[in-house]
Design a protein around this ligand. Structure first.
Ligand code: PEP
Ligand code: MG
Length: 314
């Protein structure tokens, strides 16, 4: 793709030494978007469209979706909005969508796998998003749970089929370890990438965040997660990469992410002011040195010790 004019990000905050960082918000409803804008978000970095599907009685048709997406874009007031295509799986039922029971839904037909296997659903959503992007130039679309280039090839074929003159920027989430390892190849195929640290952490550590017996294992500050974040930012080269998992909204991680080279964070709306405040205290050179030290950490407790020494502001 890459034919569309890149969306203009209107506001942003700078680090103490003047480096621009964009803080966007994650949202699932029009009221989330309104709240995020009121909190000073520079745009919507992740719009989770699945809530529209889960709130509906049956599957929302193209017209219903187009109306909803236009209301989202309208509420964003000209700021960029990244819509994520339907991201559900066997664990989250959607009214009107038949899903076979699976023994292991988190390793099953989720995200892009599910929409590619349900073409009428995917086609209607892409058509609705294409209509939205015709009216709102700041609209981007990203696909969840990408594991390799084949899925992007399939998405491109579907787009060619249903919306050949599509004007939106196309991106992929990096939240499956295989996508992280293939990031250089993925980056060449898309307009942008976004790291979903929630799923990436779970899949890297093979640990479910909600499992109380694994308390302490699931951590977005695990040394392996930090190394993956470095690998992704480094491997993506010139392709823009944001972080949209929970880690992006944790002020303890702001300096680390800036030190690793991330310049766009998408966080839950109410966290926007705190993350912006944190960015203003950070010195990029100090953050880069701290990130290098953190990448050498071998145990989780080493990461904690480095973070406690507040290394990003010196
Ligand atoms: C993630 O996995 O980090 C992410 C942002 O997606 P979700 O939390 O919606 O799965
Ligand atoms: Mg995810």
């Amino acid at each position: 793709l890459g034919r569309a004019t890149p969306s203009v990000i209107t506001q942003s905050v700078t680090t103490r030494d003047g480096v621009q960082v964009h803080v966007l918000a994650n949202a699932s409803s029009v009221s989330d978007v309104e709240r995020a804008v009121a909190e000073g978000a520079d745009g919507i970095g992740l719009y989770r469209t699945e809530f529209l599907f889960m709130r509906s009685d049956g599957l929302p048709d193209e017209a219903t979706q187009a109306e909803h997406y236009a209301a989202v874009a309208e509420a964003a007031g000209g700021r960029p909005v990244t819509f994520r295509t339907l991201d559900v799986g066997g664990d989250k039922p959607v009214p009107g969508l038949k899903m076979d029971p699976e023994e292991n839904p988190f390793l099953g037909v989720r995200g892009i796998r599910l929409t590619l296997a349900n073409r009428p659903v995917f086609d209607a959503q892409l058509r609705a998003l294409a209509r939205t992007s015709d009216a709102f130039p700041g609209v981007s679309v990203m696909v969840p749970m990408v594991s390799g280039l084949e899925e992007l090839d399939d998405v491109r074929r579907v787009l060619q089929d249903v919306a050949p003159r599509v004007a939106f920027r196309l991106g992929a989430m990096v939240e499956v370890p295989s996508a992280a390892l293939l990031v250089d190849a993925l980056a060449r195929e898309v307009d942008f990438l976004s790291v979903g640290t929630n799923d990436l952490t779970a899949y890297l550590l093979a640990a479910d965040r909600g499992n109380r017996h694994l308390h302490g294992l699931y951590s977005e500050f695990h040394p392996a997660v930090l190394r993956a974040l470095h690998l992704i930012r480094d491997g993506a080269k010139e392709t823009p990469v944001s972080v949209c998992g929970e880690l992006a909204g944790d002020p303890r991680a702001t300096g680390l992410l800036i030190g690793l080279g991330y310049r766009q964070l998408s966080v839950s709306g109410p966290l926007v002011p705190a993350v912006k405040e944190r960015i203003r205290t950070i010195d990029t050179a100090a953050a880069e040195r701290a990130a290098e030290e953190l990448l050498r950490a071998r145990r989780h407790r080493d990461v904690d010790a480095i973070l406690e020494s507040r290394p990003f502001e010196a």
